[in-house]
Design a protein around this ligand. Structure first.
Ligand SMILES: N[C@@H](CCC(=O)N[C@@H](CS)C(=O)NCC(=O)O)C(=O)O
Length: 227
């Protein structure tokens, strides 16, 4: 049994979608980021970085694993699926997983900070992170023009990137003209495990359709942004 500490965010969904795809039993512990629960001493013992997601594997003596990419690799290896055990397929999967961890995640994350959460409007910072995210989207689009999935088969690399890219509107990054990316996003959205995973720990309605909800969310998120 896995204990999953999470919140309804792209990094959180990476863990829950992976657990759903692998069919590993897990218990959800929702962390309220706006109350700073992720920085409480009990949680820092699980993830010293004070961020979600994190897991504890009860069957491995209470092993704690943090950093979403690391816990996806751990879970895939535990189940023996969604990550080849060796060879070129594994290298390609890890390449596209790290592309998300080092690129898509940080750039879209900072686009969110400056476009949505920062009280001051610093246009050069907004442009920089949105443009860089769009450049990374084009890299994904090119790859998806030559391959159905990011690596050879459907893998944790698809899950990691999709959980972020699907929130492109919130980050203010356009996807116009990226037809292969859209084809792949549509295919991901149809997978039952992906649908279930993005409703963990709670289903969040599209913030973009409700201006007040979007404002309230941004206000709460502002509290977690450090200067
Ligand atoms: N590199 C980390 C990033 C995790 C992360 O930034 N989590 C955000 C939510 S998406 C968080 O916990 N933010 C709360 C905070 O910074 O206090 C990972 O991939 O797990």
């Amino acid at each position: 049994m896995i204990d999953l500490y999470t919140a309804p965010t792209p990094n959180g969904w990476k863990a829950s979608v992976t657990l759903e795809e692998l069919g590993i039993p897990y218990e959800v512990h929702a962390i309220d980021l706006s109350k700073g629960e992720q920085k409480e001493p009990w949680f820092l013992a699980v993830n010293p970085n004070g961020r979600i997601p994190a897991i504890i594997d009860r069957d491995a003596g209470g092993l704690a694993v943090f950093e979403s990419g690391a816990l996806m690799i751990y879970l895939a290896e535990k189940a023996g699926r969604l990550l080849p055990s060796s060879g070129p397929g594994r290298a390609r999967t890890l390449s596209w997983l790290m592309f998300q961890m080092g690129g898509i995640g940080p750039m879209m994350g900072q686009a969110n900070v400056f476009f949505r959460y920062f009280p001051e409007k610093i246009q050069p910072a907004i442009d920089r992170y949105q443009n860089e995210s769009r450049r990374l989207f084009a890299v994904l689009d090119r790859r998806l023009g030559e391959s159905e999935w990011l690596a050879d088969d459907y893998s944790i690399a698809d899950i990691a990137n999709w959980c972020w890219v699907r929130t492109y509107k919130w980050s203010g990054v356009p996807v116009e003209g990226l037809d292969h990316l859209r084809r792949w996003m549509d295919a991901m959205k149809e997978r039952p495990a992906c649908r279930r995973g993005i409703e963990v720990p709670v289903k969040v309605e599209s913030l973009l359709e409700d201006e007040n909800a979007a404002k309230a969310f941004a206000e709460r998120a502002r509290n977690t942004v450090q200067r």
